[in-house]
Design a protein around this ligand. Structure first.
Ligand code: UDP
Length: 375
């Protein structure tokens, strides 16, 4: 008999949720992570009493009641609501695209005027089925907004033309005829009080975890440790890139401690034009809306987020263009033939999923695995 029922490779939200559910069912779990800390990309680091989202801003939002129930059974969520600001050549605009944005761009003040303007702007794209991000954006908001707030930002971020990116990416952003700057449409939204580490540590409570362990470096040893492997790393790396590299968008973060209490007055400001090399500046204390020690501190921490591409960079976002999607399908065919490996999370399923979707899929895959094992 092997020492563990599940070896969970990667302690991000997929791995942590899976381990939590397995532990609750009395399963013997071991979680390993090659980074020196747990939590994957939701990991937060405290700097001068400020909780810093170390791998980019994470705002939890969901309409999935089961996911919300699970998360809030472990941590208190604060009432943070994301309302991003876009800075285009020094001028500020509200995001997502709503009455405030339409007023700032076109001077329209009523929903009727905005609707009319949008219809005129988008008229030539109304009947097209968008094949790429550019066509989708033009169909949604027209050329003025596309050129000011979308085109250069997206191309800077993804390192490729909007015509070479899938349409679904821009559909993540709502378009509204109300003065509502809430970036998300979901029923629930917030950030764990005290940071995401509380959520991850809560999920992994009383579970054996080892950091600094690279599964693929000693795969046969780790495979001997558990009946089922839950793998959350990049799928192409799992198969030693035998069919080629999948491309991922990476990021470079420049964290800076500043001797000022409030640098930009908002959690996230996007820089949507090419003249600025970074895509956004995050000011972390604004996420922690119930933490007055952090909010009133004379210090602040900001992060400039720069785009990064290349096979040697750390993977963050899958680039779901045609070539990569076809390559992923070939890896998926291999993955589907495995009998004791579960692939989960953004990297192993090569999908641009949000945190709640990751948790939901960990729940679904765990229950399915138990069903199969109990047969
Ligand atoms: N986007 C944009 N301008 C912005 C913000 C977003 O064009 O100021 C587009 C861009 O193509 C981006 C997509 O919307 O990749 C999704 O943005 P989101 O904020 O959801 O990205 P994430 O938070 O996942 O980095």
């Amino acid at each position: 008999m092997k020492p563990y029922d599940y070896l969970i490779v990667g302690s991000g939200l997929f791995g942590s949720t899976f381990a939590y559910l397995a532990k609750q069912r009395g399963k013997r779990c071991l979680v390993i992570d090659r980074r020196p800390h747990l939590g994957g990309n939701v990991y937060c680091k405290e700097m001068e009493g400020i909780c810093v989202h170390w791998y980019g801003p994470h705002i939890f939002h969901t309409s999935n009641q089961d996911v919300w129930n699970l998360v809030t059974s472990i941590v208190n969520m604060n009432r943070f609501t994301l309302s991003t600001i876009a800075n285009a050549k020094g001028k500020l605009f509200n995001l997502p695209f709503n009455m405030n944005t339409f007023y700032q761009i076109w001077g329209v003040t009523t929903p009727e005027e905005a609707k009319h303007k949008l219809e005129t702007e988008c008229a030539e794209y109304r009947n097209i089925e968008p094949h790429n991000l550019e066509e989708q954006a033009l169909k949604l908001v027209g050329r003025d907004i596309y050129e000011l707030l979308i085109k250069e930002y997206t191309e800077k971020q993804w390192g490729r033309k909007c015509t070479e990116l899938p349409a679904f990416i821009i559909k993540r952003l709502p378009v509204r005829l109300t003065y509502n700057n809430n970036y998300f449409k979901d029923l629930y939204q917030g950030i764990p009080e005290g940071g995401y580490d509380r959520l991850v540590n809560g999920l992994l409570k009383d579970i054996e975890c080892r950091t600094g362990c690279d599964y693929l470096e000693n795969k046969s040893f780790w495979d001997s440790q558990a009946s089922t492997i839950v793998y959350t790393g990049p799928i192409d790396e799992f198969y030693d890139y035998r069919m080629g590299h999948l491309e991922y968008r990476s990021l470079h973060f420049e964290h800076e401690l500043l001797h000022t209490g409030n640098y930009q007055g908002n959690a996230i400001i996007n820089y949507t034009t090419h003249d600025v090399p970074y895509t956004r500046i995050v000011e972390h204390k604004h996420f922690d809306i119930n933490n007055f020690t952090s909010l009133n501190s004379p210090l602040t921490v900001i992060t400039r987020e720069y785009p990064l591409l290349g096979n040697d960079c750390e993977p963050f976002y899958p680039i779901n263009d045609i070539r990569n999607s076809q390559l992923y399908e070939r890896y998926l065919t291999l993955a589907n033939q495995e009998t004791n490996i579960i692939f989960g999370g953004r990297l192993a399923t090569y999908s641009y999923v949000n945190m709640d979707e990751v948790i939901a899929s960990a729940m679904a895959k765990f229950y399915l695995s138990e069903k199969i094992n109990n047969k």
